[in-house]
Design a protein around this ligand. Structure first.
Ligand code: AKG
Ligand code: FE2
Length: 199
Protein backbone atom coordinates (compact mmCIF):
# COMPACT_ATOMS: atom_id res chain seq x y z
CA UNK A 1 0.00 0.00 0.00
CA UNK A 2 1.24 3.49 -0.87
CA UNK A 3 1.82 5.91 1.95
CA UNK A 4 -0.57 8.81 1.48
CA UNK A 5 -0.99 12.30 2.86
CA UNK A 6 -4.30 11.49 4.41
CA UNK A 7 -4.54 11.54 8.19
CA UNK A 8 -4.44 8.17 9.82
CA UNK A 9 -7.95 8.45 11.08
CA UNK A 10 -10.10 11.27 12.33
CA UNK A 11 -9.27 12.40 15.82
CA UNK A 12 -6.13 10.39 16.39
CA UNK A 13 -6.14 9.01 19.86
CA UNK A 14 -9.51 8.91 21.49
CA UNK A 15 -12.50 11.12 20.59
CA UNK A 16 -13.21 14.21 22.61
CA UNK A 17 -16.57 15.37 23.86
CA UNK A 18 -18.03 18.48 22.36
CA UNK A 19 -21.21 20.02 23.66
CA UNK A 20 -23.69 21.53 21.19
CA UNK A 21 -26.62 22.77 23.25
CA UNK A 22 -28.26 19.96 25.16
CA UNK A 23 -26.85 17.15 22.99
CA UNK A 24 -23.39 15.75 23.58
CA UNK A 25 -21.68 15.18 20.26
CA UNK A 26 -18.59 13.05 20.46
CA UNK A 27 -15.93 13.89 17.97
CA UNK A 28 -12.20 14.10 17.93
CA UNK A 29 -10.10 17.18 17.54
CA UNK A 30 -10.43 17.98 13.84
CA UNK A 31 -7.52 16.50 11.90
CA UNK A 32 -6.34 18.94 9.25
CA UNK A 33 -3.69 17.64 6.96
CA UNK A 34 -2.93 19.23 3.65
CA UNK A 35 -0.08 18.33 1.35
CA UNK A 36 2.45 21.01 2.40
CA UNK A 37 1.83 20.21 6.04
CA UNK A 38 2.22 16.53 5.29
CA UNK A 39 5.51 17.17 3.51
CA UNK A 40 6.76 19.40 6.35
CA UNK A 41 5.64 16.78 8.86
CA UNK A 42 7.53 14.05 7.02
CA UNK A 43 10.71 16.09 6.83
CA UNK A 44 10.52 17.11 10.49
CA UNK A 45 9.89 13.50 11.42
CA UNK A 46 13.00 12.30 9.60
CA UNK A 47 15.17 15.09 11.03
CA UNK A 48 13.97 14.78 14.61
CA UNK A 49 14.29 11.00 14.58
CA UNK A 50 18.05 10.27 14.93
CA UNK A 51 18.70 12.03 18.28
CA UNK A 52 15.48 10.55 19.68
CA UNK A 53 16.50 7.08 18.48
CA UNK A 54 19.74 7.52 20.43
CA UNK A 55 17.69 8.21 23.58
CA UNK A 56 15.33 5.29 23.02
CA UNK A 57 18.28 2.98 22.42
CA UNK A 58 19.70 3.91 25.83
CA UNK A 59 16.26 3.20 27.29
CA UNK A 60 16.10 -0.16 25.48
CA UNK A 61 19.50 -1.10 26.85
CA UNK A 62 18.48 -0.16 30.41
CA UNK A 63 15.26 -2.17 30.10
CA UNK A 64 16.81 -5.14 28.29
CA UNK A 65 14.71 -4.56 25.16
CA UNK A 66 15.48 -4.50 21.44
CA UNK A 67 16.70 -1.15 20.12
CA UNK A 68 15.63 0.91 17.11
CA UNK A 69 17.37 1.75 13.81
CA UNK A 70 19.26 5.04 13.75
CA UNK A 71 17.69 6.03 10.40
CA UNK A 72 13.99 6.89 10.07
CA UNK A 73 13.60 5.21 6.65
CA UNK A 74 14.74 1.99 8.26
CA UNK A 75 12.11 2.37 11.00
CA UNK A 76 9.43 2.93 8.31
CA UNK A 77 10.63 -0.17 6.46
CA UNK A 78 10.24 -2.15 9.67
CA UNK A 79 6.75 -0.66 10.12
CA UNK A 80 5.80 -1.65 6.55
CA UNK A 81 7.05 -5.18 7.18
CA UNK A 82 4.46 -5.56 9.97
CA UNK A 83 1.64 -3.93 7.99
CA UNK A 84 1.99 -0.36 9.32
CA UNK A 85 1.93 1.82 6.17
CA UNK A 86 -0.09 4.90 7.04
CA UNK A 87 1.77 8.10 7.94
CA UNK A 88 0.96 9.50 11.36
CA UNK A 89 2.02 13.19 11.46
CA UNK A 90 -1.16 15.14 11.96
CA UNK A 91 -2.35 18.67 12.59
CA UNK A 92 -5.09 18.70 15.19
CA UNK A 93 -7.51 21.56 15.68
CA UNK A 94 -9.40 22.06 18.93
CA UNK A 95 -12.23 24.55 19.38
CA UNK A 96 -14.16 25.56 22.52
CA UNK A 97 -15.12 22.49 24.54
CA UNK A 98 -12.80 20.13 22.64
CA UNK A 99 -10.42 18.03 24.66
CA UNK A 100 -8.48 14.83 24.12
CA UNK A 101 -8.89 11.97 26.57
CA UNK A 102 -5.86 10.31 28.08
CA UNK A 103 -4.53 7.82 25.54
CA UNK A 104 -1.47 6.18 24.05
CA UNK A 105 -0.72 6.48 20.31
CA UNK A 106 -0.08 2.81 19.64
CA UNK A 107 -1.05 1.81 16.07
CA UNK A 108 0.27 -1.68 15.59
CA UNK A 109 2.94 -4.02 16.91
CA UNK A 110 5.77 -1.58 16.25
CA UNK A 111 5.83 1.45 18.54
CA UNK A 112 8.69 3.94 18.57
CA UNK A 113 8.83 5.04 22.24
CA UNK A 114 9.01 8.85 21.89
CA UNK A 115 6.73 11.33 20.15
CA UNK A 116 6.71 15.09 19.67
CA UNK A 117 4.04 17.76 19.67
CA UNK A 118 4.66 21.24 18.27
CA UNK A 119 2.37 24.09 19.29
CA UNK A 120 1.06 26.02 16.28
CA UNK A 121 -1.06 28.55 18.20
CA UNK A 122 -0.27 31.19 20.80
CA UNK A 123 -1.63 30.29 24.25
CA UNK A 124 -3.76 33.02 25.88
CA UNK A 125 -3.97 34.85 22.54
CA UNK A 126 -5.38 32.27 20.11
CA UNK A 127 -6.94 30.09 22.80
CA UNK A 128 -7.43 29.64 26.53
CA UNK A 129 -7.50 26.28 28.33
CA UNK A 130 -6.13 23.40 26.25
CA UNK A 131 -3.17 22.29 28.36
CA UNK A 132 -1.19 19.19 27.35
CA UNK A 133 -1.57 16.69 30.16
CA UNK A 134 0.67 13.71 30.91
CA UNK A 135 -0.11 11.12 33.54
CA UNK A 136 2.52 8.73 34.86
CA UNK A 137 1.53 5.48 36.47
CA UNK A 138 4.24 4.06 38.71
CA UNK A 139 3.85 0.55 40.07
CA UNK A 140 1.95 0.55 43.39
CA UNK A 141 1.64 4.34 43.44
CA UNK A 142 -1.07 6.83 42.64
CA UNK A 143 -0.94 8.49 39.22
CA UNK A 144 1.19 11.57 38.80
CA UNK A 145 0.01 14.34 36.43
CA UNK A 146 2.32 16.69 34.57
CA UNK A 147 0.99 19.66 32.61
CA UNK A 148 2.77 21.43 29.73
CA UNK A 149 1.89 24.76 28.18
CA UNK A 150 4.18 25.05 25.16
CA UNK A 151 4.29 28.47 23.48
CA UNK A 152 3.95 29.08 19.75
CA UNK A 153 6.55 27.00 17.92
CA UNK A 154 7.68 25.16 21.05
CA UNK A 155 7.84 21.38 21.13
CA UNK A 156 7.26 18.77 23.80
CA UNK A 157 8.95 15.36 23.53
CA UNK A 158 7.22 12.66 25.53
CA UNK A 159 6.92 8.88 25.86
CA UNK A 160 4.25 7.10 23.82
CA UNK A 161 3.71 4.29 26.33
CA UNK A 162 6.36 4.26 29.04
CA UNK A 163 9.77 5.48 30.10
CA UNK A 164 12.43 3.76 32.19
CA UNK A 165 12.73 4.66 35.84
CA UNK A 166 15.53 3.57 38.15
CA UNK A 167 13.96 2.33 41.36
CA UNK A 168 15.31 0.55 44.42
CA UNK A 169 15.11 -2.80 42.60
CA UNK A 170 16.57 -1.74 39.28
CA UNK A 171 15.15 -0.14 36.17
CA UNK A 172 11.46 -0.60 35.44
CA UNK A 173 8.85 0.87 33.11
CA UNK A 174 6.75 3.85 34.16
CA UNK A 175 3.56 3.88 32.10
CA UNK A 176 2.42 7.17 30.63
CA UNK A 177 -0.71 8.44 28.91
CA UNK A 178 -1.32 11.89 27.49
CA UNK A 179 -4.28 14.07 26.58
CA UNK A 180 -5.46 17.65 26.38
CA UNK A 181 -7.63 19.55 28.86
CA UNK A 182 -10.66 21.34 27.40
CA UNK A 183 -10.11 24.40 25.28
CA UNK A 184 -12.20 27.21 26.80
CA UNK A 185 -12.06 29.80 24.03
CA UNK A 186 -10.53 30.19 20.58
CA UNK A 187 -8.73 27.66 18.40
CA UNK A 188 -5.73 25.54 19.30
CA UNK A 189 -3.65 23.91 16.55
CA UNK A 190 -0.96 21.34 17.24
CA UNK A 191 1.33 19.32 14.97
CA UNK A 192 1.65 15.83 16.39
CA UNK A 193 4.60 13.74 15.22
CA UNK A 194 4.60 10.03 15.85
CA UNK A 195 7.56 8.20 14.38
CA UNK A 196 5.97 4.83 13.67
CA UNK A 197 3.41 4.46 10.87
CA UNK A 198 -0.03 3.05 11.51
CA UNK A 199 -1.78 -0.10 10.40
O1 AKG B 1 -2.90 18.34 21.33
C1 AKG B 1 -2.01 17.91 22.07
O2 AKG B 1 -1.41 18.62 22.90
C2 AKG B 1 -1.64 16.45 22.04
C3 AKG B 1 -2.28 15.77 20.87
C4 AKG B 1 -1.95 14.32 20.84
O3 AKG B 1 -2.61 13.52 21.41
C5 AKG B 1 -0.76 13.87 20.09
O4 AKG B 1 -0.02 14.69 19.52
O5 AKG B 1 -0.55 12.66 20.04
FE1 FE2 C 1 -1.82 11.53 21.21
Amino acid sequence: MRRSDRPVRPGRGVPVDRRHGPAVVRRGPLPLLRRPVAAAGRELRARLYPPLAAVTNRWAEALGEDGFPTDHDELLARCAAVGQHKPTPLVLRYGPGDHNRLHQDVYGDLTFPLQVLIMLSTPDVDFTGGESVFVEQRPRQQSRPVVARPGLGEAVVFPVRYRPHRGARGVHRVQMRHGVSAVHTGRRHVLGIIFHDAR
